[in-house]
Ligand binder design. Structure first.
Ligand code: UD1
Length: 363
């Protein structure tokens, strides 16, 4: 039996890999490595619990650190595990430091790497995620793209077509598998909100949490919260950045700790709209039928914007207020909601089938 090591370490990786892990465990000797990039209960363990995932076989416990230090810890702690377990393939997902370090460590040991969510590009190299994606795609053996745009990006960078498979996005599978369970969530009662009568806000990207950008964004969102109930699911990075920048949370905004997966699905499903800079949530909202106003100038998950379901409203005080006031009008919102979102499930099965193909061809 072939051995596959999956390396994960952050909230989005746990969610997006969750539908693949049971399939991998059926087909391979599967070893799960957790980098420990995320470690708080509400950023990590709650997702293992709710998604019924097996405990990691190895934990690297790297914790928070500068990019260089964090990546170095991952490389030096993962290498002996890969040498000892001798996998036939290493699977990583997305664009985090964990994914990049996992892929790089394996590639340096000549172990084939599969990159799920390959080919996403913002074309903004100031983003740490963009550098991680580019590095990973160029050292991986199997490039699993989520959509046609991602596939085109890979071809444009000269990556060989035989390495690329368009499988779709596993976020959709995760939503479909858990949507029913999310009905049990009591989050609406706990937050005392009425379905359709509030906005959900998340904000954490490094380019949005700098001292020149964050104050204007929070001011705009505070003003918007005078007009709409806004529930802000506060990421630890953003809480820390607000403290560093000396920004007070506007009293109009209702703040919550980061929520578990089922609570998040339920809260987003029943929201009037989502305000976010997260990639995973854009897709989850798309699958749940909730329009998203994206607090960025570009997105790697273009298909929902192209379909007319989500819109980009930028990250300045003026652009956020103008964009939100325009798109939160009932008629505008109804148009976004009515846009047919090109949501396709089954990415997880297609991804694992592609891995089996590659491993069988080198048997
Ligand atoms: C990382 C990913 C980002 C992804 C995001 C999802 C990189 C470069 N970025 O960003 O692509 O969208 O995860 O959340 O890999 N912290 C805690 N508890 C935790 C984890 C973090 O308190 O469990 C705090 C720490 O103060 C830490 C900060 O959050 O310094 C940032 O965490 P980090 O993992 O460095 O990056 P994220 O912003 O979470």
């Amino acid at each position: 039996m072939k051995t596959v090591v999956t390396v994960l370490g952050t909230r989005p990786e746990i969610i997006k890999l969750s539908p693949l892990i049971p399939l991998l465990r059926e087909r391979f000797r599967h070893i799960l490595v957790h980098s420990g990039q995320h470690y708080s209960f509400e950023m990590d363990a709650v997702f293992f619990e709710e998604l019924g995932l097996p405990a990691p076989d190895y934990t690297l416990a790297v914790g928070s650190a500068s990019h260089g230090e964090q990546t170095a810890r991952m490389l030096s702690r993962l290498e002996p595990i890969l040498l000892a377990t001798r996998p036939d393939m290493v699977l990583v997902q997305g664009d985090t430091n964990t994914a990049m370090a996992g892929g790089l460590c394996a590639a340096k040991l000549n172990i084939p790497v599969t990159h799920l969510e390959s080919g996403g590009r913002s074309f903004n190299r100031q983003m740490p995620e963009e550098l991680n994606r580019i590095i990973l795609d160029h050292i991986s053996t199997l490039l699993l793209a989520a959509d046609e745009t991602a596939e085109r990006n890979l071809l444009a960078e000269g990556l060989p077509p035989e390495r690329i498979r368009m499988v779709g996005s596993s976020v959709i599978d995760a939503v479909e598998r858990n949507r029913q369970h999310a009905l049990r969530s009591t989050i609406l009662q706990r937050l005392e909100v009425t379905p359709g009568d509030y906005l959900v806000l998340t904000l954490h990207r490094s380019e949005n949490t700098t001292p020149d950008v964050l104050p204007g964004m929070i001011r705009a969102l505070g003003e918007l919260a005078e007009e709409h109930t806004i529930i802000f699911l506060l990421h630890p990075r953003t809480a820390a950045a607000m403290r560093t920048c000396g920004i007070e949370m506007p009293r109009s905004i209702r703040v919550s700790e980061p929520l578990g997966y089922l609570d998040t699905l339920r809260l987003v499903e029943q929201a009037r709209a989502l305000l976010t800079d997260s990639g995973g949530l854009q897709e989850e909202a798309g699958a749940l039928g909730t329009p998203a106003l994206i607090l960025r100038n570009e997105t790697e998950w273009r298909y929902l914007v192209d379909a007319g379901r989500h819109v980009l409203i930028g990250n300045t005080h003026e652009s956020i207020l103008a964009g939100a006031r325009r798109w939160l009008q009932p008629e505008a919102l109804a148009r976004l909601r009515a846009a047919p979102a090109p949501i396709r499930s089954g990415a997880s099965e297609r991804a694992v089938a592609a891995m089996i193909d590659v491993l069988e061809s080198v048997a």
